[in-house]
Design a protein around this ligand. Structure first.
Ligand code: KIV
Ligand code: ZN
Length: 517
């Protein structure tokens, strides 16, 4: 590989997915993995197979779906049993990678691992050579590298390289480093580690001080050639460096970084948008690259400059990151072919059967909504195509609102529960509360509602309302989403969706999990 090739290692489905509110079910992970492949990431970290049966199965399913060019990576603690589990999940990939990690800072070694530095070196040697006996593609991460003693770090890296690691990752695990200092550390380790020329050096920066992207870029400037990133910067606590930001820095400022990567930048917006739909978190308007305002020019002076020459205020075009304003307007009279072309422009390749499903849904939506926006279509495809078959299904809903006094807000609901139709009516403090109460009675569960949020996907009073709920029961936490022009219906759908996720998690034993144990 040439010296200026930047390897994009995506951890949306591992570090990203493990963060609260970002859990995905199997179908969602598969859909996301497919999109990451279209985006052109080099390495896809699919999960942490030893953490749960659900994670194991997801990593294995992603492996089986993956194409011939992408590397599929699984995370494993520095323990043979984790490495075995990881290998079992990824071994069928065309290019499997085992990613094993161990802390190297005094703080972590003393208090978290309760191991001496010599014991840590022995564990690295044992586990990396074990992983290397299974595959030639082994990555070793020195957890908390940015707070580790520089010379001990070099010793740990040299041990891992001698044992067969081909990628060495130096994470800023707690987002503590400052760009200049982090660059110095990476430079020092590359220069002073025995055998460093045999490995690719990688960085993985958390965003606790808002420096995840800046630190990653500073490290690329001094010789790191792999960067670990997540779409929209999701990840532990404040998140990871955002993939779209790192990539567009490398692309827009190629003159400065001199690096090449394999990313199809026109897939950046569709990828972030898909993630947002899946995890039910809207992209903030002012988010770099993919936020609604990222290319909006409000000031008169800027607008004037843009009219005279776009380059006055535009350093990249919206189209270059996939924000295509297609002139194709989809509505009641659109034909199947126009719908297919439109979805392709949005990054979705639908089968004939899937196309028929969304085609019919478009006709239904057009009956209740004047203008159908791209966001409506993306919400629709998520809802109609990628949602897994449900155990609970909402059939009909009727709600009566009320002001104070008299009859309280009332909901009557008809649902399928494990294939059996059930109906009930009941009250609540408000219409949404009434709906949730009745659904709970029908399914015979009492989850705690942790979070409820509502977002108008597009403008206008006929906009699709997108509701996200987070519920928990018996130690399991699930997120559900629903979209509908009627926000009460959207709420009911989101709640039922969350209950379905809860049911699936209980069946597979997959909790909202935490990897840093
Ligand atoms: O933040 C971190 O140190 C990690 C490692 C497992 C790479 O996520
Ligand atoms: Zn991390």
């Amino acid at each position: 590989m040439s010296d200026n090739r930047l390897i994009i290692f995506d951890t949306t489905l591992r570090d990203g997915e493990q963060s609260p509110g970002c859990t995905m079910n199997l179908q969602e992970k598969l859909r996301m993995a497919h999109q990451l492949e279209l985006l052109g990431v080099d390495v896809l970290e699919a999960g942490f197979p030893a953490s749960s049966q659900g994670d194991f199965e997801a990593v294995q399913a992603i492996t089986r779906q993956a194409g011939p060019d992408i590397q599929i990576c699984g995370l494993a603690r520095c323990m043979r049993k984790d490495i075995d589990r990881c290998w079992e999940a990824i071994r069928e990939a065309a290019h499997p990678r085992i990613h094993t990690f161990l802390s190297t800072s005094d703080l972590h070694m003393t208090y978290k691992l309760r191991k001496t530095p010599d014991e840590v070196i022995a564990m690295i040697k044992d586990c990396v050579s074990y992983a290397a006996s299974l595959t030639s593609n082994v990555e070793f991460s020195c957890e908390d590298a940015s707070r580790s003693d520089k010379d001990f770090l070099c010793k740990a890296c040299a041990t891992a390289i001698a044992a067969g690691a081909t990628t060495i990752n130096l994470p800023d695990t707690v987002g503590y480093a400052e760009p200049g200092e982090y660059a110095e550390l990476i430079d020092y380790v590359i220069r002073n580690t025995e055998g460093s020329e045999k490995a690719v050096f990688s960085v993985h920066c958390h965003d606790d001080l808002g420096l995840g992207v800046a630190n990653s870029l500073a490290a690329l400037k001094v010789g790191a050639r792999q960067v670990e990133v997540a779409l929209s910067g999701i990840g532990e606590r404040a998140g990871n460096a955002a993939l779209e930001e790192v990539v567009m820095n490398a692309v827009v400022r190629k003159d400065y970084f001199g690096l090449e990567c394999n990313i199809d930048t026109a897939q950046l917006y569709p990828s972030c948008r898909l993630l947002s739909m899946i995890i039910g978190k809207p992209i903030p308007n002012n988010k770099a690259i993919v936020g609604a305002n990222a290319f909006a020019h409000e000031s008169g002076i800027h607008q004037d400059g843009m009219i005279k020459n776009r380059q006055t205020y535009e350093i990249m075009t919206p189209a270059s990151v996939g924000r295509t304003e297609t002139s194709l307007v989809i509505g009641k009279h659109s034909g199947r072919n126009a719908v297919r072309v439109k979805f392709e422009a949005l990054g979705y390749k639908l089968s004939d059967e899937q196309l028929q499903v969304v085609f019919e849904a478009i006709k239904d939506l057009a009956d209740v909504k004047k203008t159908i926006y791209d966001e409506d279509l993306m919400a629709m495809v998520q809802e109609k195509i990628y949602r897994k078959p449900d155990v609970y299904r909402l059939n009909h809903l009727s709600v009566q609102s009320s002001d104070t006094g008299g009859i309280p807000p009332t909901a009557a609901i008809l649902m399928d529960v494990h294939g059996e139709e059930k109906s009930m009516a009941g009250f609540g403090a408000g219409p949404v509360d009434a709906v949730f109460n009745v659904i709970c009675q029908i399914v015979g569960r009492e989850p705690h509602l942790e979070n409820y949020s509502i977002n108008a996907i597009t403008g206008g009073s006929d906009a699709l309302g997108e509701v996200t709920v987070r519920i928990s029961e018996k130690g399991f936490t699930a997120v559900g989403r629903g979209a509908h022009p009627d926000v009460i219906v959207a709420s009911a759908k989101a709640y039922v969706n969350a209950l379905n996720h809860l049911e699936e998690m209980e069946a597979t034993g997959q909790r909202v999990h935490c990897q840093h144990d």
